[in-house]
Design a protein. Sequence first.
Length: 461
Amino acid sequence: MRVCVIGTGYVGLVTGACLAHIGHHVICVDNNEEKVKLMKAGQSPIFEPGLSEIMAGAMQAGTLEFTTDIGGGVAHGEILFIAVGTPPLPTGESDTRYVEAVARSIGAHLDGGYKVIVNKSTVPIGSGDWVRMIVLDGIVERQKVLVGAGGGEVTTLESVPAFDVVSNPEFLREGCAVYDTFNPDRIVLGGSSSKAIAMMQELYAPIIERQYAEDKSLPPVPVLATDISSAEMIKYAANAFLATKISFINEVANICDRVGADVTQVAKGIGLDSRIGNKFLQAGIGWGGSCFPKDVSALIHTADDYGYDTHLLKAAVSVNQRQRLIAVEKLQQVLKILKGKTVGLLGLTFKPDTDDMRDAPALNLIEHLNRLGAKVKAYDPIVAQSGMRHGLTGVLVETDPERLADGCDALVLVTDWQQFRNLDYNKMASLMTNPVMIDGRNYLDREALQQAGFYYVGVGR
Ligand code: NAD
Ligand code: UDX
């Protein structure tokens, strides 16, 4: 099928590349010229395991192209994905201005045959109808321009190009986005047009039938067809549930710390109950990233707009805000005064295998430690590899873990990068003023660290 994906971030680029990989002809559009230049040269602007290989293969096969020309993309696609960002506004609401700009632009370029416009971005409930309205506005504006230039007719209902809007929320996780795209737990399609839903099912058929799955013997991927608002709500509810689950286990961890229980064993014990499940029960320094914080806030805001005061979701956020500073509390317990001390952070990104720093707990830690007068250093494999600094302030970014350890009064493991399991902790302890390790993810081997000479502190154990 002919596909156009507008917005080539973590979601758009992965979606576009994976759909091209399974044989669709995909044009990816972005208004960031630098990004498009990079992608045209075969390079991925983001770090996502397996993505570069998928891009290279599809580009070679001629099924994946990149452009800044939205008109060309819209003309090409039978299915048009909107995958631009919906970042949080200071109020907690979702900023939908990029979705609006793209929808208007689609309208302005819509011509010819029937198109399915897909909301892949996470958008507030009710956005399906709103996008439809903006696209229609775009069509009318274009007609006005044409009439003004003497080149066309006034739009009548009969002359409006045919299109439908479908909500197709995305559930991929950063760091395993390609894997998640080929191995989804479900595909949600919200919309009232059976023609549009059928086209979406055709688009995803190879994925639904597990042709690209790790385990091809699994039954087909469940496809849930719903109304648009329910599909939009499913996305928010899923993220809010997962974030709440983590806040729950973090609260349990804080109680464990006080009563002398081990949260890793508690999580195992409750996770074996199939009603609870063992995933997203890893206690630590809180959830971050570009999705959980903004989506939970947006859902709270939507509820407020409709006169419902959410207690549980607000509590999940407040537990998380406190949890993000749990490492500072633990540092103070061990080192007492932090003014003049040097703290080294192992990891900066909000989770491993991504270069994404959006709403990363490390940022809160850096800010708070600076405020308390501590000097902060950090080492993160992806930051070291790419040389990027993400506009980081208040932190000295080191190029290897041993330079990080040198002269530190304590280390805090912030991100559970796999390579942190196998560092030379003996050497690192010997370079530190004070070998203290706050393991913010309960990720390291406590005994091995203690043998290396560290005073080890976990979260809830
Ligand atoms: P991103 O910020 O990484 O990428 C957005 C891209 O859109 C950028 O490349 C930007 O240049 C481009 N863009 C903005 N305005 C444009 C325009 N007018 N025309 C063309 N391109 C334009 O965003 P993301 O992380 O990929 O998220 C996209 C959406 O998907 C958001 O709504 C997000 O909530 C949702 N989502 C994200 C994830 C995730 O893990 N990142 C997972 C599920 C859903
Ligand atoms: C999340 C959702 O999982 C995904 O379905 C959605 O599409 C986008 O948002 P992502 O933000 O990429 O994905 O990462 P995820 O693996 O969910 O982790 C989010 C945060 O929770 C990270 O900061 C991670 O460290 C933290 N986390 C996760 C925990 O603290 N404990 C856990 O058990 C799991």
